[in-house]
Write a protein that binds this ligand. Structure first.
Ligand code: SAM
Length: 246
């Protein structure tokens, strides 16, 4: 059983962030297409979107005919996701739950997807093992993540200057600042708090017995994230990785 005490500050941040999340999250058109292609299963397959947030993937996949459940620890994020589903006439089972050990029967899903969740988990390896348990044999996991926060002093200075200018321009509290304040409590406990590389993700997946690993980020015509990746190689890098439960 995973210790969930860490979830409180994380939930507090995402509850705060919910209102502004859609305006600042990466919602380019090909995401859903690429995830659906990476899931590589027919419509009607059962998909769990872990850390669904405001439901971006859950809604997109349900719209394509998948039977979708979405879990998240943030009530405010889920409220937005639920409202969107109702507005779109989509039947999605949104549930407040930690993604680390979701409360579903073993083998009850054909696929688990997660976009930008792994970096904020205290126990990513155990979590992926638990997801493997939720999948039927031959089921898929599709995860996307990347390197999100600078590591070198030069990158950090660049980031601070950029945030300062943005704050000055917009004259309001911006989410990177609030993030730092709220996440500092949990940061030391997150093995990938600054993000993770595709190689690290591959290691996690193979460590949990997943096979047939495949990368999909090259299916984007261009990097959908910031220009920072071009300025600082490695920073702003992201990946989409699919794998099969043996
Ligand atoms: C960066 S957002 C990504 C949201 C969504 N997947 C997307 O791509 O738009 C991370 C989400 O994970 C949720 N989250 C963080 N830690 C979690 C955990 N341990 N269990 C469930 N949800 C979690 C947050 O509440 C937030 O909604």
């Amino acid at each position: 059983m995973i210790d969930m005490s860490l979830l409180q500050p994380v939930q507090r941040y995402w509850d705060w962030r919910a209102e502004s999340f859609d305006a600042t999250s990466c919602r380019h058109e090909p995401w859903v297409e690429i995830f659906a292609g990476a899931v590589d299963l027919p419509p009607g397959s059962r998909v769990l979107d872990a850390g669904t947030g405001t439901g971006f993937l859950a809604l997109g996949l349900a719209n394509k005919g998948f039977i979708v459940a979405g879990i998240d620890i943030s009530v405010n994020m889920l409220d937005i996701a639920g409202k969107k589903a109702r507005d779109m006439g989509l039947d999605i089972d949104f549930l407040r739950s930690g993604a680390d050990d979701p409360p579903f029967a073993q083998g009850s899903f054909d696929a688990v997807v997660a976009r930008n969740l792994l970096w904020t988990l205290k126990y990513p390896q155990e979590t992926l093992k638990n997801w493997a348990g939720l999948l039927r044999a031959g089921g898929r996991v599709v995860i996307s993540d990347g390197i999100w926060r600078p590591v070198s002093p030069l990158q950090k200075a660049f980031d601070r200057a950029r945030e300062f200018l943005q704050r000055f321009k917009e004259n309001r509290l911006l989410h990177p600042e609030v993030f730092k304040r709220m996440y500092c409590e949990v940061d030391p406990d997150l093995p990938f708090g600054r993000g993770l590389s595709v190689v690290q993700a591959e290691k996690l997946l193979t460590g949990c017995g997943f096979v047939n690993l495949k990368r999909h980020e090259h299916e984007f015509p261009e990097n959908p994230y910031t220009v920072q990746g071009e300025l600082f190689p490695g920073y702003g890098c992201f990946f989409i990785l699919s794998a099969v439960k043996a």
